[in-house]
Design a protein around this ligand. Sequence first.
Ligand code: KET
Length: 449
Amino acid sequence: MKTISSSSSPSDRRIGALLRHLTAGEDSPVDKSSVFASPTSGVTGGSVFSHLVQAPEDPILGVTVAYNKDPSPIKLNLGVGAYRTEEGKPLVLNVVRKAEQQLINDRTRIKEYLPIVGLVEFNKLSAKLILGADSPAIRENRVSTVECLSGTGSLRVGGEFLAKHYHQKTIYITQPTWGNHPKIFTLAGLSVKTYRYYDPSTRGLNFQGLLEDLGAAPPGSIVLLHACAHNPTGVDPTIQQWEQIRKLMRSKGLMPFFDSAYQGFASGSLDTDAKPIRMFVADGGECLVAQSYAKNMGLYGERVGALSIVCKSADVAGKVESQLKLVIRPMYSSPPIHGASIVAVILRDKNLFHEWTLELKAMADRIISMRKQLFEALRARGTPGDWTHIIKQIGMFTFTGLNPAQVSFMTKEYHIYMTSDGRISMAGLSSKTVPHLADAIHAVVTKPV
Ligand code: KET
């Protein structure tokens, strides 16, 4: 066969490729049997993956999958914690639109790789946002912050860092907690245990149980703490209780790992919601903080977040950062640029920052108003039971107390989608849909079993 040299014309090369293709069956050096009957393909010669079983959908994100398949016009998705407007639409904040416009208009912006630690200005501003502008830890340069892929990525990077470099490999998580926590930390290489948190009989905090369990944890254990707006229960410790938790943890050398996915969503104030974290930082001890901008800036799909590790000295913080880079580089090399740039534009500009706090407060207020409306609607229907927890609980979710069978009834009969633990995302509700939800709850709790 004529060989086509690299100096030949494009049409020659195309003809050459075609020729090689057509004659491949005659003189190809490839032994077909080695391709089609590889030792791993099994006797049937089928796919090497044919032994796989169908995995179940994710308990939270799978709710949206089921919802999307439902053709009913009255269907309602209260599964995933994502904010919706009164019209039931996803919301892009005005400040985010403005920041994006600024970014587009800036022709000097480039798309080069970020450093492994992400956008440095974003990291500085994120640490300031969560620890406070006047944080002694920031002033003393002993905070190491890396941009990560939203809250989940920050938790995972923090978990892998601890599994590699921290002497205790056990992390205690609240019972119950966000469904992804145990998976994230197990895969990060930590061993996961739970501590008591929620008391179903009072629908409040099991503070005694919490203190007992943390008190009995081996010294040095890692403790995952929801900074505010606990998911899924909506139950947060009071500031006095936080102080007791802090004292106990510090006395036992337990390592706090804060998950801050809802800063601003609990009280409507960014500073108030960061208070528990700042109390731990103020005592000079070490801690980790995973921050997410998914909810409070509505940047869900941009996957923007940060991991901060507060250390005792600038020297240690520098070494910690160098080791975080070794965790990140083989995982995803470096984080994305767009979401972090949006956040940086908003956090650095006084006016945009102020506008953001107003939009955030409006989201938090709408959720609180949904709580009141749902509570009133149940009262108006005379629905049996005490529903005051709907107005007492904090943040995006109401932990209704409905069981999996009741949830399944509501989905089947009313096309209302929620997680099987009875959690509803209040942010997915609107004045128009409250009556439908109240009807469903009323029906399910009054129906004969
Ligand atoms: N922590 C908590 C407590 C949390 O509820 C979420 C998300 C995350 C971290 C991570 O969010 P990220 O998008 O990675 O920044 N929770 C909602 C969405 C989800 O399950 O992914 C939810 O519970 O509906």
